[in-house]
Design a protein around this ligand. Structure first.
Ligand SMILES: [Zn+2]
Length: 204
């Protein structure tokens, strides 16, 4: 298995000089399991590629959390960088950490939708009150927030300071919306246009 750093950096494949693509990422990640539901969230074409990649690693518990580093003898302390309370496992960092939960709360408020993080896959696949466009945009924002949490964790690790969740979530939504509009695939209904109009950065 290649490491993240050996394969891909800043939207460019290292050693090849080619831009990252989702299909290229899938080929490289030869042990991906497309049958599972997270696949549809991870490789949603509305996602920002670097967000998808971190989300994929998270889904397979392959991010180098302190828990993993301690297990292989590299470090001895595994207390979470963000909250300083519990051990930094994948489950803690992305589902339980008091600090990282702020990201999900902010995203829910900003998008004006309600979903339980652990049920997002079902929400994005099965919620009949939500259009395909809304599912894609919410899913892409969620994947972006996972990236933002990992980014915040690394920032705190290296800089001994914290990033503002509100600023990061705002940037995630801005990036996703920009990508979404650039794809220009949908003929939007009045209801969808109204929903998009409510998502305004200045209200965050
Ligand atoms: Zn924590």
């Amino acid at each position: 298995m290649h490491t993240f750093k050996n394969g891909y950096n800043n939207d460019i494949w290292i050693g090849q000089g080619q831009a990252y693509t989702v299909s290229g990422g899938l080929q490289w990640l030869s042990d991906a399991k497309p049958a599972v539901l997270w696949f549809y969230v991870a490789w949603n074409k509305s996602n920002i590629p670097k967000h998808s990649f971190i989300y994929w690693l998270r889904s397979h518990n392959r991010l180098l959390t302190k828990h993993r580093l301690k297990r292989i003898g590299i470090i001895h302390d595994e207390v979470c960088y963000l909250c300083g309370v519990d051990d930094e496992t994948h489950t803690h960092l992305f589902y339980e950490c008091q600090y990282s939960r702020k990201y999900i709360t902010l995203l829910q408020q900003f998008l004006r939708v309600n979903f339980r993080l652990e049920l997002l896959h079902h929400w994005t696949k099965n919620n009949r009150g939500i259009s395909r466009m809304q599912r894609q945009l919410v899913g892409a924002c969620h994947v972006g927030v996972v990236y933002a949490i990992w980014e915040a964790r690394n920032h705190t690790k290296h800089n001994d300071s914290i990033l503002m969740p509100r600023v990061q979530v705002k940037e995630v939504v801005r990036m996703v919306k920009q990508r979404f509009w650039s794809m220009n695939e949908y003929s939007l209904s009045d209801k969808e246009l109204h929903w998009l109009a409510t998502i305004k950065s200045q209200n965050m």
